[in-house]
Ligand binder design. Structure first.
Ligand code: AP5
Length: 207
């Protein structure tokens, strides 16, 4: 598919889960700011060292660091792609608009208590970035990624205290993007609660 998609929604709403399926089953290229930043942290690059202090507290990494990273990546993309976790501020959205148009901004809606439950029981793969949940999407073998065999871990920002801070930051800085994309006529709201496969079918139907 050739569409350019932005995935919106609070932390834990399922952006990564749905992006993974869109990549595997629909052939999209997925660009996740969170995954790129975590890779920079693991590799202890200058960007990673600066980003870590914000990520560990559940704060957004400053615009100038993220925009530089994403501009370069987006410029190199061809065909259809999904932006997972970018933009996250109005300034980022305006920069994105100056680089490229967007065909749809898909907003996954889930209430806060479910988000806390999802994130505190999430397990992630450091090698292929697949995500699991101890109850809703357990891996076939405990602690092992179904997709690539990597060793699953718990993200350092998935503690309850940091998750609640991330939700607050989301409401203050990212929520206004819903109106931004609504005004441009590309917002598509999807109920992010319920069966993962049914949510994927709902996304597919609107593409
Ligand atoms: P990032 O990695 O983007 O985190 P996030 O937006 O907080 O989103 P998550 O990855 O936590 O959740 P998700 O919506 O992808 O949910 P998932 O599919 O995993 O960002 C991390 C940090 O990096 C930020 O805090 C910030 O510091 C920095 N950053 C990133 N982008 C930035 C930017 N643009 N500007 C500045 N800073 C930036 O699902 C969650 C769990 O729920 C999983 O366990 C999953 O299995 C489960 N699940 C999914 N769907 C369902 C369902 N339907 N039912 C039950 N369980 C489900």
């Amino acid at each position: 598919m050739d569409a350019r998609i932005v995935l919106l929604g609070p932390p834990g709403s399922g952006k990564g889960t749905q992006a993974e399926r869109m990549e595997d089953e629909l052939g999209f290229v997925r660009l996740s700011t969170g995954d790129l930043l975590r890779e920079a942290v693991r590799n202890e690059t200058e960007l990673g060292k600066r980003a870590k202090e914000y990520m560990d507290q559940g704060l957004l990494v400053p615009n100038e660091l993220v925009i530089g990273l994403m501009k370069e990546k987006i410029d190199s993309l061809e065909g259809g792609y999904i932006l997972d976790g970018f933009p996250r501020t109005l300034e980022q959205a305006e920069v994105l608009e100056s680089i490229t148009g967007i065909d749809a901004a898909i907003n996954l809606d889930v209430d806060d208590e479910e988000l806390v439950d999802r994130l505190t029981k999430r397990r992630s793969c450091p090698d292929c970035n697949a995500v699991f949940h101890l109850i809703y999407k357990p891996p076939a073998e405990e602690g092992v990624c179904d997709r690539c065999g990597g060793e699953l871990y718990q993200r350092s920002d998935d503690s309850e205290e940091t998750v609640r801070n991330r939700l607050k930051v989301y409401r203050e800085s990212t929520f206004p993007l819903i109106e931004f994309y609504e005004k441009r006529g590309v917002l598509r709201n999807i109920d992010g609660k319920g069966d993962i496969g049914e949510i994927f079918e709902a996304i597919k139907a609107l593409l």
